[in-house]
Design a protein around this ligand. Structure first.
Ligand SMILES: [Zn+2]
Length: 454
């Protein structure tokens, strides 16, 4: 029997190869499906011990589910999520990349390419760690299920939603679910001296609200006082003058108390007493767009439409408001808020694409064993980071699995510095080699912990 322990160069090379497959997601199917098949073939060949020990379900190009059964059926398995699709490269920006986006170049201490952060590094690091478990020859007490999607970037309706639907039909439950969504951030707060491992215990929901107005058309030389565009403009002004109210989530309260324990500046007093000093904290957090988004439902008017021609009155005009919903509110409550707010204007308010609207997922408690296991593994592997609960303001595949576990956790153990996070979905996406090795160490530690001990 072969006991080949991978060296650093082998695991780096494997991630590098995974990045060379341009698995660009698309509906109703990716424009080029061949890279998906090649990528999943490569994965199966790279982790032979795991793939022979596990039960595997593969449906190209949408999903791959790998299950390593546990010996104790009374223990709920752990569910690990990640996705192998990537976003494409914006036209005319390919030449801006220091290394071509699908080269998988390893240079200057980084692994370069689309997917190096989002999210093939998670796929490959999870598989490296699971292969290590399989190779150890010991049967885990608690089972481990890896569910990877091929359309997360388009909301996971064919990948994650299908897998979650099967689990629901089978009546399955999981100890915890761990997906991407948040990272280890350096320099996020000026008065917190160490990197923050932000573990997403909450995730916002989302809905697109369409506001439309209809008026008689005609020639623009004999116009009424208000055109349909003008009415929609009044609606926009009213919407922007009425932001959603601030609310204090349990998750944010825990976040503030955690950073209050280590912060150096005068704000630390406020961090430690988020209830008593909430008005002050809310004022500070509202002043920056990034922190404003964690204390209220956000709204952004992103699209407008009116007449297609300068001298023709529009018979119809509309705008779309992209709304990210804080836990505690729902798609329905958001819709009725806009209906009330705009009730005096001659407009109709609808949900633009109901199948794509999502309620927020209920918050996970920081006292759940899953959060504690992640914290303990981080303390072992990256002892200099501070673990803090957080809310994910974007959207992840884990929303499809929301009711399959008491704990949905969103976190990828990658330490990102400087501009690294801004490169996600942009130009020159890259992950440092030490950050990638840290991910593999973290998942290995976590699997050892939850599959045998907790
Ligand atoms: Zn992603």
């Amino acid at each position: 029997m072969e006991h080949r322990v991978p060296t650093e160069s082998i695991v780096v090379e494997r991630l590098s190869t995974a990045l060379t497959f341009p698995t660009i997601s698309g509906y109703p199917a990716p424009a080029d499906q061949a890279p998906f098949a090649a990528c999943l073939d490569f994965v199966a060949e790279s982790f032979p011990t795991l793939f022979s020990a596990a039960s595997v379900k593969r449906e190209d190009p949408w999903r791959l589910v790998v299950e390593l059964a546990g010996s104790d059926s009374s223990l709920l398995p752990v569910l690990m999520l990640a996705h192998f699709d990537v976003v494409g490269i914006e036209e005319n920006t390919e030449s801006d990349w220091e290394h071509p986006p699908f080269s998988g170049a390893v240079a200057d201490g980084f692994i370069w390419g689309r997917g190096s952060i989002d999210d093939k590094s998670s796929v490959m690091a999870i598989l490296e760690a699971a292969e290590g478990i399989a190779r150890s020859g010991r049967v885990p007490t608690r089972g481990l299920v890896l569910a990877f999607g091929g359309d997360e970037e388009l909301s996971g309706l064919k990948g994650a939603a299908t897998t979650a639907g099967e689990f629901r039909t089978e009546g399955r439950r999981f100890h915890f679910v761990l997906d991407e969504g948040s990272v280890i951030a350096e320099g996020m707060l000026n008065d917190v001296p160490m990197p923050l491992a932000l573990i997403g215990l909450a995730e916002k929901g989302h809905v697109n609200i369409k506001v439309s107005a209809r008026t008689a058309g005609g020639h623009a030389a004999m116009p009424p006082d208000n055109t349909a565009v003008g009415i929609v403009g009044q609606a926009i002004a009213r919407i922007e003058a009425h932001p959603f109210p601030v609310r204090r989530l349990d998750t944010i309260e825990s976040f503030l108390q955690t950073i209050g324990g280590v912060a150096t500046g005068p704000a630390r007093i406020a961090y430690r007493h988020p209830r008593i000093l909430w008005r002050l904290i809310a004022k500070v957090l509202s002043s920056r767009t990034s922190s404003n988004a964690i204390i209220r439902t956000s709204q952004a008017v992103t699209m407008t439409e009116g007449s297609a021609v300068p001298n023709v009155l529009p018979q119809q005009a509309a705008c779309v408001v992209n709304v990210r919903i804080l836990p505690g509110e729902t798609v329905e409550s958001v819709l009725s808020r806009y209906q009330r707010l705009l009730g005096r204007l001659p407009v109709t308010v609808d949900i633009l694409d109901p199948e794509d609207a999502h309620n927020p997922v209920p918050e996970t408690s920081p006292s759940h064993a899953g959060f504690i296991a992640l914290s303990e593994s981080l303390a072992d592997v990256l002892p200099d980071v501070l673990v803090a609960p957080f809310i994910v303001t974007g959207s992840t595949d884990s929303k499809h699995y929301a009711n399959l576990s008491d704990a949905i956790l969103r976190f990828a153990p990658m330490l990102l510095t400087g501009s690294d996070l801004d490169r996600v979905h942009g130009t020159n996406e890259r992950l440092s080699v030490p950050a990638y090795l840290g991910m593999i160490r973290f998942y290995s530690n976590l699997f050892e912990r939850v599959c045998w001990h907790d």
